[in-house]
Design a protein around this ligand. Structure first.
Ligand SMILES: NC(=O)c1ccc[n+]([C@@H]2O[C@H](COP(=O)([O-])OP(=O)(O)OC[C@H]3O[C@@H](n4cnc5c(N)ncnc54)[C@H](O)[C@@H]3O)[C@@H](O)[C@H]2O)c1
Length: 269
C-alpha cells in the first residue's frame, strides 16, 4: 500500500470548489490531513506553516494525487509575518476567504509549565496558540465578510481537564474556547460563524514530516476510549467539512469535542 493510500481522509467528500481555505500549521499533523482533505474536496487551499521542508513535502503529496495548494512559509509568533500572510491570502482570494482554520500550535502540552526553566516559554505558547489566531482573524475579517466565510479554531480537551505540568498549553486552549465565542458574537452580525473543535488524542504519526508509516498502539490504548479507538486526523477533517458547510449555518460560538468519549468517562481507581 502506498503512503498516499494510507493517508486517510474523510469518507464523505463534499464539494468545496470555488471556496478558498487558509489552514495554519497545514504542513504536518492534523493540518496536513486538512490540507489534503480540502484540496480533494475542490477548494483552493492556502497552507501557512513555519516548516518549509514539511510544507514542500505536503505539496509533493498533493501533487501525487494531481492536486495543488499554495504554501506560504510563516512563523506565526512574528507579528510582521502574520501581516504578510494576511496580505498574501487576500491576493490569492480576491473574492474573499471562505474558511479560516486556526490549526497551528506549539502542540507539546508540557512545553510551558510551572516548572519550566525558561520563563519566556509561556508567552511563546500563548503567542502562537492564542494571539496569532486573534490577529489573523482581525486582519482577514473583511475578506471573510466578502465571501460569507467562517472560522474554525483548533482547541483541545485540555481546555477542560489537565495532566500535571501543562499550564501554558491548557491556558492557550482554554483561551481558544473563549476567543471562539467572543469572535462569534462580534462577527455574527456580519454573517461570519466562528466555531471550535476540541480534539482528544489524535494519532498524527503518519502525517508527520518524513512520511513515517502508521503507528501501532497496544489494544488497551484503543479500548480505553468509549468509541473503541484512538482518533485520526480524518475525524477532525470531517468535522471541519461539516462546520464549514451550509448545514452548520445555525451553529456558531460552539466547541465540538471530538475525543472518542474520553472526557465523558468517569475514572476512579
Ligand atoms: N494531535 C492531538 O492529539 C491533538 C489533540 C488536541 C488538540 N490538538 C490541536 O490540533 C492542532 C494540530 O495538532 P497536531 O497534533 O497536528 O500538531 P503538530 O505539532 O503535528 O502540527 C502543528 C503544525 O503547526 C506548525 N507550527 C507550529 N508552530 C508554528 C508557528 N510558530 N508558525 C507556523 N506554524 C507553526 C508546525 O510546524 C506543524 O506543521 C493544534 O492546534 C493542537 O493543539 C491536537
Amino acid at each position: 500500500m502506498s503512503t498516499a493510500e494510507r493517508l486517510l481522509t474523510p469518507a464523505y467528500q463534499p464539494d468545496f470548489s470555488g471556496a478558498t481555505v487558509l489552514i495554519t500549521g497545514g504542513a504536518a499533523g492534523i493540518g496536513r490531513c486538512l490540507t489534503l482533505s480540502f484540496a480533494q474536496a475542490g477548494a483552493q487551499v492556502i497552507l501557512a506553516d513555519r516548516d518549509q521542508e514539511a510544507g514542500e513535502e505536503t505539496l509533493a503529496i498533493l501533487s501525487e494525487q494531481g492536486l495543488q495548494a499554495h504554501f506560504i512559509q510563516t512563523d506565526l509568533s512574528d507579528q510582521a509575518q502574520i501581516v504578510q500572510l494576511a496580505q498574501q491570502t487576500r491576493a490569492l482570494a480576491p473574492s474573499g476567504l471562505s474558511i479560516l482554520i486556526h490549526n497551528a500550535a506549539i502542540a507539546n502540552a508540557h512545553s510551558a509549565n510551572l516548572f519550566s526553566e525558561d520563563p519566556a516559554a509561556f508567552d511563546q505558547v500563548l503567542a502562537v496558540n492564542l494571539a496569532a489566531p486573534f490577529h489573523l482573524t482581525r486582519l482577514l475579517k473583511e475578506s471573510l465578510v466578502q465571501a460569507g466565510g467562517c472560522v474554525i479554531d483548533l482547541a483541545s480537551t485540555r481546555a477542560y481537564q489537565s495532566e500535571p505540568q501543562s499550564e501554558g498549553y491548557a491556558a492557550s486552549k482554554g483561551g481558544m474556547v473563549a476567543l471562539t465565542h467572543a469572535m462569534a458574537i462580534s462577527l455574527g452580525e456580519q454573517g461570519i460563524r466562528v466555531n471550535a473543535i476540541a480534539p482528544g488524542w489524535i494519532d498524527t504519526t503518519e502525517w508527520q514530516k518524513g512520511r513515517p508509516g502508521p503507528a501501532h498502539w497496544p489494544d488497551e490504548e484503543h479500548r480505553q476510549h468509549p468509541a473503541g479507538r484512538i482518533g485520526r486526523p480524518a475525524d477532525i477533517a470531517a468535522a471541519c467539512f461539516f462546520l464549514a458547510s451550509p448545514d452548520a449555518g445555525f451553529i456558531t460560538g460552539q466547541t465540538l469535542v471530538i475525543d472518542g468519549g474520553m472526557s465523558r468517562k468517569m475514572i476512579y481507581r
